[in-house]
Write a protein that binds this ligand. Structure first.
Ligand SMILES: C[S@@+](CC[C@H](N)C(=O)[O-])C[C@H]1O[C@@H](n2cnc3c(N)ncnc32)[C@H](O)[C@@H]1O
Length: 325
């Protein structure tokens, strides 16, 4: 499975861009972009080269880690999947394309779409030094227009994107993304209840259109989670020195919370149960919240069942639990 930290080629390319950039300027821009995101303003605040670089330094490690974790879950459930082409919708600095290139050595063609010129320019610059990504085809324009012109791809990804599209247009965008999906569609959103809400609405829309869920759900039925609870996962990622500085943070790592769904055109033969929160390991039992094909279960695995208890102790939030696990 792929590691959650940025690939070496990308780190080097980002570091090279940092030369000559005032760290305090970049930190200020990153803070202002984050504020805009928190206020629901999206990527429109990213206008200049410095903005784009500040965004990439502050957010790319986390969105990369979330996409990588989602692709790892897909690879576990559908190990034979070997896509040759990728369509990255709302690609920004190219994060999901980098993650997909690491996950699938089979990928040869990368098509990226985005409306933001500053992020597109940065993506092209970062990709120029990559052996896999130097020939990416990056179209600038509004998602629905560029998607309508794009060739269908075996793997389509929209990472931290659909939340920037208005509620009224989102359904049509999703329909178009699915129309361009030859095999598998991955959509990742922030792990907030609003992000989960968008994922679950998309999941329902596309199951009604014939899609099957490859991950994280072990079924194509209605999501059994009831509000105020919501389905999300967390991925720990290391913070580089530049990342710490730009985020004005002390900890050498951060935990990115994300919600996601992977949908495929073909039914999945065997779907694993999913661990939905960090299990509590006690002296007498392990308590774990599991999403199973039959619904939500709070499993209690007694220490007396030695082998089962030993296995359950190793479960981590987000893990796929196969029957023999
Ligand atoms: C939060 S960024 C995510 C970028 C990248 N996918 C990632 O995971 O790091 C959202 C991206 O979606 C793009 N975007 C949002 N709405 C769009 C639209 N209607 N058409 C094209 N691009 C759009 C933005 O320009 C921005 O690059």
């Amino acid at each position: 499975m792929t590691a959650p930290d940025l690939p070496a080629e990308l780190k080097v390319a980002l570091d090279a861009r940092l030369q000559g950039l005032s760290r305090s300027d970049a930190a200020e821009r990153a803070a202002s972009i984050s504020r805009t995101y928190r206020d629901g303003g999206g990527s429109t605040a990213i206008r200049t080269e410095t903005d784009a670089l500040a965004y990439a330094l502050a957010r790319m490690p986390a969105t990369y880690a979330a996409v990588t974790a989602s692709l790892n879950a897909l690879r576990e459930t559908v190990p034979h999947f070997a896509p040759q082409n990728l369509l990255d919708v709302g690609a920004g600095p190219g994060t999901a394309s980098w993650a997909a290139a690491e996950a699938f050595s089979s990928l040869q063609h990368f098509a990226l779409l985005d409306a933001n010129n500053a992020l597109r320019a940065l993506a092209l610059d970062l990709a120029a030094s990559s052996t896999r990504l130097r020939d990416i085809d990056y179209r600038r324009g509004e998602a629905r227009a560029t998607l309508a012109d794009a060739d269908p791809a075996e793997l389509v990804v929209a990472s931290y994107m659909i939340g920037e599209v208005g509620d009224a247009e989102r359904g049509a965008l999703i329909e178009l993304m699915w129309a361009k999906t030859r095999d598998t569609l991955l959509v990742v959103e922030p792990g907030t209840s609003a992000g989960y809400g968008r994922i679950i609405a998309l999941r329902e829309q596309l199951i009604a259109a014939g899609a099957h869920v490859a991950a994280p759900c072990p079924h194509d039925g209605k999501c059994p989670i009831q509000p105020p609870d919501w389905c999300h996962f967390t991925q720990r990622l290391p913070r580089s020195r530049a990342h710490k500085r730009i985020k004005e943070a002390e900890l050498p790592f951060e935990d990115e919370k994300f919600s996601y769904v992977v949908l495929t055109r073909s039914p999945i033969a065997a779907r694993p149960t999913r661990v939905l929160a960090q299990p509590v390991v006690g002296k007498v039992e392990v308590t774990a919240k599991l999403c199973t094909p039959d619904g939500l279960v709070i499993a209690k695995v007694s220490r007396r069942a030695k082998a089962d208890y030993a296995r359950a102790r190793r479960w981590r939030w987000g893990d796929a639990v196969m029957a023999e696990d």
